[in-house]
Design a protein around this ligand. Structure first.
Ligand SMILES: *Cc1c(COP(=O)(O)O)cnc(C)c1O
Length: 383
């Protein structure tokens, strides 16, 4: 990532394509996918589209042989438009409307997730077509994005829910979980794998035949801009998975890990002011735009001013909207910037563009697809 970014002339890119920009580097997507695939060699990786549902990323991952994790009709349409075979997809939203199920089935995706009896009943009309994963919840107070309250049955409810499916003539292929996003260590993955192994063993004892364990997402990135040693992070997960019979298929749903390091934000200073003892800079991207993850995703992105130098001043980097909460960094030491100067944000590929708004009618940043290994450039305008 670092060699890449230094080689890019952001000023030229902004001159050519406008500001604000998000630079999506296909080479970085490849690198992340390969690193995780090497760290989890027996696990089939389904990229979760949610953090960055962009065609270029789907295209790269498809070439890499990745599978996909879909949750909405829009995500179904995106992989379909990129020619992904439906057999490479699973649909993992635990709560669906009939239309959502039908849309995925029309595409050819037949694997779905349930976590309660009402969801199970929604599959009765499609009994012969669908295979289900039962989502089990494992609370994770260690992450700020803990999904265990919103989705998943308790481990105690798992067997009765598998038996209920069997009684209704629905096929349960296995269990899934999501221990929360950007987890600090692999402990919860390991605990959840062990707990699921116990549930699977009880199910087999009862004559049920689940054959899949889906260990979800959560794989972390370094928001200081470095590389997480994903092989070490995954070592305990590999060990826990090795305790399962070899006949159990293992899959994962990484989102953030694949996309976060692949995108860099470039924003321009549109105005400045001295207020108190600080210099305020108003950028054309902010908390309602690409930086919204600082609000919703509880992360702080590393920012830099690659073309400015000189004495550092106490500074504030604010977004463009008229809302006072729209501040990217309060009290950061920066050399003095001029109007038009560029501010670069890194590790901005996950939960950024995907959840940005156009509040105040400030358009979302355009994504410029590049390939740092090939000199490719391609602009996706969104506004
Ligand atoms: C969001 C989500 C993911 C991706 O999680 P990351 O923490 O970004 O890896 C995977 N599976 C499901 C069901 C999700 O909702």
């Amino acid at each position: 990532m670092n060699e890449t970014s230094q080689a890019l002339d952001y000023r030229q890119l902004v001159e050519q394509h406008g500001s604000p920009l998000l630079l999506l580097d296909k080479a970085a997507v490849r690198k992340q996918y390969r690193a995780l695939a090497a760290a989890l060699p027996d696990v089939r990786l389904h990229y979760a589209l949610k953090p960055l549902p962009h065609p270029a990323l789907v295209e790269v991952l498809k070439e890499e042989g990745a599978c996909f994790d879909l949750a909405t009709n829009g995500e179904v349409d995106l992989v379909k438009s990129q020619g992904v075979r439906p057999g490479r997809c699973i649909h993992t939203h635990p709560i669906k409307r009939d239309g959502d199920i039908r849309h995925a089935l029309e595409y050819g995706c037949t694997v779905f997730v349930y976590d309660n009896p009402w969801e199970l009943d929604k599959f009765l009309p499609y009994k012969d077509e669908v295979k289900l994963l039962l989502r089990v919840s494992f609370p994770n107070p260690e992450t700020k994005v803990d999904l265990s309250k919103k989705f998943g049955c308790t481990p105690e409810q798992a067997l009765p829910l598998m038996q209920l499916a069997q009684a209704k003539g629905l096929k349960v292929m296995g269990l899934s979980f999501h221990v929360g996003s950007q987890v600090p260590n692999p402990k919860r993955h390991v605990q959840a794998i062990d707990a699921c192994r116990a549930i699977l063993e009880q199910a087999w004892d009862l004559g049920l035949k689940p054959w899949v364990l889906d260990i979800g997402g959560g794989f972390p990135v370094d928001y200081e801009g470095g590389d997480v040693d994903i092989a070490s992070f995954c070592a305990p997960i590999r060990e826990a998975l090795a305790d399962l019979p070899a006949t159990v298929q293992k899959i994962a749903e990484p989102g953030r890990f694949i996309s976060a390091p692949a995108m860099t934000s470039v924003a321009s200073v549109m105005g400045k002011a001295h207020r108190g003892d600080k210099i305020w800079y108003y950028l054309d991207d902010g908390l309602y735009g690409s930086y919204n993850g600082q609000m919703y995703d509880h992360v702080t992105y590393p920012v830099s001013v690659p073309y400015a130098n000189g004495e550092a001043h106490r500074s504030v980097l604010a977004g463009p909207t008229c809302d006072s909460v729209d501040v990217i960094r309060d009290d950061i030491a920066l050399p003095e910037l001029e109007i038009g100067d560029l501010v670069v944000g890194r590790v901005m590929g996950a939960y950024t563009w995907a959840s940005a708004s156009t509040f105040n009618f400030f358009p979302k940043a355009d994504i410029l697809v590049i390939d740092s290994s090939q000199q490719e450039q391609r602009l996706t305008a969104v506004a």
